[in-house]
Design a protein. Structure first.
Lengths: 57, 183
């Protein structure tokens, strides 16, 4: 199946560490090169979004 | 039971290491991982959205990026940081247009109804997520050692289940008609 990411360099943009893995792993696998940008310092996460955050600030 | 960090810097270091390992498993080289370190829940501030957009534009030009991939207008789950990261990508297009770069933007469709369907290797995605040990809950196993709580990923997949079979994307309106110098 042809996808728009094949043989392409893609830039995946996420907010938290684990966003890229949770949301874009399929797109990354299809690309020839994936670049990841994670915007925050990692206090929160999508993995733990529905639960309590484990970091105490 | 989960890890409790009382030192912010130590916690950030752990999260960074987890992310490096997880992205490495997916094939993202360490040199292609960029961490801006902005405070959580602050991305909607215009100055932070702008700094993300500037970083995106810089990477696109430097590395001849062919396409941007974002969490979508509503951030997939509605998280304000997620939505702001998408807006930053849209803002980056305006910066890039000055330099005649117009990479298409593929935004994740939260209903799983996007026009572009990408298959997902479920086990690989779970394997990558498993590196984020600070975000997981642990129980004491029979041998006394801590093991991930068995239902953790089951609950997570219940919330994000669609993303474990396929990712579906929309092309940002108004972008698909434009040519792409980088493509």
């Amino acid at each position: 199946m042809h996808t728009p990411f094949e043989n392409k360099t893609i830039l995946t943009v996420g907010a938290h560490p684990d966003d890229i893995e949770t949301h874009f792993a399929g797109a990354i696998a299809q690309s020839s090169r994936a670049i990841a940008l994670v915007a925050t310092d990692g206090e929160a996460s999508t993995l733990n979004y529905s639960g309590r955050y484990l970091c105490r600030r | 039971m989960g890890a409790i960090f009382v030192d912010d810097n130590e916690y950030r270091k752990h999260r960074l290491r987890e992310s490096e390992q997880a992205l490495g498993l997916l094939g993202v080289a360490r040199t292609d991982q960029h961490y801006l370190g902005l405070p959580d829940s602050s991305l909607a501030l215009s100055k932070h959205t702008a700094s993300i957009a500037t970083a995106i534009a810089h990477i696109v030009r430097r590395d001849s990026v062919n396409a941007l991939v974002t969490l979508g207008e509503h951030g997939y789950c509605g998280h304000t940081d997620h939505a702001a990261s998408h807006r930053a990508a849209a803002l980056a297009l305006h910066i890039l247009a000055i330099h005649r770069y117009r990479p298409p933007v593929f935004s994740l469709n939260q209903r799983g109804e996007g026009s572009i369907q990408i298959p997902v290797d479920r086990n690989k995605k779970l394997g990558a997520l498993a590196f984020h040990r600070t975000q997981m809950h642990f129980i004491q196993g029979d041998d006394g050692k801590l093991v991930p709580e068995p239902m953790f990923f089951t609950r997570f997949q219940k919330t994000y289940g669609k993303l474990f079979t396929a990712e579906t994307y929309d092309i940002l309106p108004g972008i698909s008609r434009l040519g792409s110098r980088a493509a």
